[in-house]
Design a protein around this ligand. Sequence first.
Ligand code: MN
Ligand code: MN
Length: 259
Amino acid sequence: MFLHRKELIQPVSVGVPDARFGTFLLEQFGGATGELTAALQYWVQSFHVEDAGIRDMLQDIAIEEFGHLEMVGKLIAQHTSRIDQTSVFDAPLFKLKGGGPHFLDSQGSCWTAAYIQEGGNVVRDLRADISAEAGARQTYEALIKACDDENSKKVLVHLLTREITHANMFMKALDSMGKLDDPFFGNIEPDETVRLVFNLSQGEDERGPWNEEPDFDFVENPKPAGGFPPAPINPDDEHRAPSRAPAKASKKGTANRSA
Ligand code: MN
Ligand code: MN
């Protein structure tokens, strides 16, 4: 059951409407790092998570993200409530589609379910969720830097803050499974290369805990270990005629041009 209350979780009251900034805000309404992506990602994940506590957490956060979607939507609606002739040129998207919000990103691309990361394993899901919160937080920081309206800024700082809280909750959930700092999860054992770090970008090499003992063996000059693969087999493929070997081809070309 869903129950919607019309009061917002935090006040949204734009001081000076700016349709161009409304276009930027679309990134958090219909964009990859936006609130629709977060809400639907955590919601759908909750359907296949066995752990009751983590399932409940995912549902609480999913619903909060729907509340965020509502707040961003109200911000966009207020920023596009007065599209004067000057801002029309800065925000053609709203001139053509009408005042916001719409499920488009700041560049006018349609929202897509391909933004959503979910499925198969709760560790994968929670790690994807930390990534989603990082993306959302970063977009909010960019929006806050680009924002001239103090009232809008207040809302955006609240939204940025909540993404930090969510990231912390996801990290604590992973930690409770011992999976916050353990790269292994799932049921398939890795092969013998699991400790190897290949120095494949050579010159001015940097060393650090990501390629050092005790977790890693650094391979200074990696060599191919797979040998040459068999030649491809394709019965339908075309072949060069013996008389058109590459060495003679350039002479023939010259002759043809002069003819
Ligand atoms: Mn959010
Ligand atoms: Mn969040």
